[in-house]
Design a binder for this molecule. Structure first.
Ligand SMILES: Cc1cc2nc3c(=O)[nH]c(=O)nc-3n(C[C@H](O)[C@H](O)[C@H](O)COP(=O)(O)OP(=O)(O)OC[C@H]3O[C@@H](n4cnc5c(N)ncnc54)[C@H](O)[C@@H]3O)c2cc1C
Length: 298
């Protein structure tokens, strides 16, 4: 493998172009992109980074992240290989890199309900807890029972009641890394759950630009209006910068239609924020996470 080091418990890519990793297909290089192959190696890596004062960034599926073209410093740890899931009765224990879709499909197959909200969210357990991801009338916080985190050099367990989840944010302690989570679901009706998931996915396919690399929702909904409606009213639907544009299907999604650069997307975000503030006195808050060198002031 080019520029890749194989160690027993870690796979290390050097100078890895993060556009190949991120869902939106933009971004510069990570000096080191490291994949722990098991939980023990993740914890060992986090411990040695902590002891050596290394800057660490953790990524799951990369479905809510934009990295600037200047690239990202420090060590980027990918949780993608940490995807073990154990289901015992109504109790599910999942490693941070497990995909929500995997948990949803398997829980429904076993006659459980409570994870259908995740239909169509392309994220991992860790990223989704960090973001308090939600859709279809539910959020991950509704299913979480406890979260294991790495924080300040040690592993800790946070019961759900100690996490102050809000709309699209978890308020986990600064720098906390989710290592695994426990969910509690309920016995349900498999047919009804499957029917709901079909309905949710059909709705997404009708209303979102599912055929192109896209950001997911760019902005959180402000309290008084949906971000999509506001952006449409402000004339952003279809507006392009370089190879990126606000989708014609849903104005709160930016699509990469032609080899966009991270800067194209950031420029669109800045324009929308300026106009929403100037014309409606609304401060749009990005839902996507922007990271990397020379991060713009969004
Ligand atoms: C097509 C599309 C549709 C989407 N639909 C929805 C939707 O309906 N609802 C919704 O809420 N979101 C949606 N999203 C956004 C995204 O899928 C969610 O926010 C998802 O939860 C992000 O998970 P991830 O693993 O991809 O996170 P990443 O993008 O990898 O990371 C996101 C953030 O979480 C942090 N992070 C990642 N892993 C960990 C960890 N183990 N511990 C601590 N922090 C971590 C990262 O550092 C980063 O700050 C959509 C995105 C796309 C592209």
């Amino acid at each position: 493998m080019n520029n890749a080091t194989q160690k027993k418990d870690l796979e290390i890519q050097e100078n890895y172009p993060m556009r190949k990793y991120l869902y939106i297909k933009v971004g510069g290089k990570a000096k080191y992109l490291v994949y722990p192959r098991n939980m023990k190696s993740l914890l060992n890596l986090l411990r040695s980074c902590h002891e050596e004062g290394e800057k660490v960034t953790v990524l799951g599926a990369g479905s809510n992240t934009i990295i600037t073209e200047q690239g990202i410093d420090g060590i980027v740890i990918s949780t993608r290989k940490l995807k073990e899931v154990n289901i015992d009765g109504t109790h599910i224990e999942a490693e941070c890199g497990a995909m929500l879709s995997f948990i949803m499909n398997n829980s429904i197959r076993l006659g459980l309900t409570g994870f259908e909200f995740a239909a169509g969210i392309p994220g991992t357990v860790g990223g989704s807890i960090y973001m308090n991801a939600g859709a279809n009338g539910g959020e991950i916080k509704d299913a979480v029972k406890k979260v294991y985190i790495w924080h300040e050099g040690e592993e800790k367990v946070l019961p759900r009641e100690e996490i102050n989840f809000e709309y699209r944010k978890s308020n986990l302690p600064y720098g906390a890394i989710v290592t695994k989570a426990v969910f509690e679901l309920r016995r349900g009706d498999r047919k009804k759950s499957e029917e709901n998931v079909r309905k949710y996915l059909a709705y997404r396919n009708r209303t979102q630009p599912v055929k192109m690399a896209n950001t997911g929702s760019v902005f959180k909904n402000p309290p008084t209006v949906s971000a999509g409606r506001l952006l449409e009213e402000l004339g952003f639907k279809g507006l392009c910068v370089g190879g990126a544009k606000f989708s014609e299907i849903h104005a709160n999604f930016i699509v990469n239609f032609n080899k966009a650069k991270a800067g194209d997307i950031i420029a669109l975000i800045e324009r929308a924020r300026e106009k929403a503030l100037a014309e409606h006195n609304i401060r749009l808050e990005p839902e996507v996470e922007i990271m990397g060198r020379e991060t713009a002031t969004v």
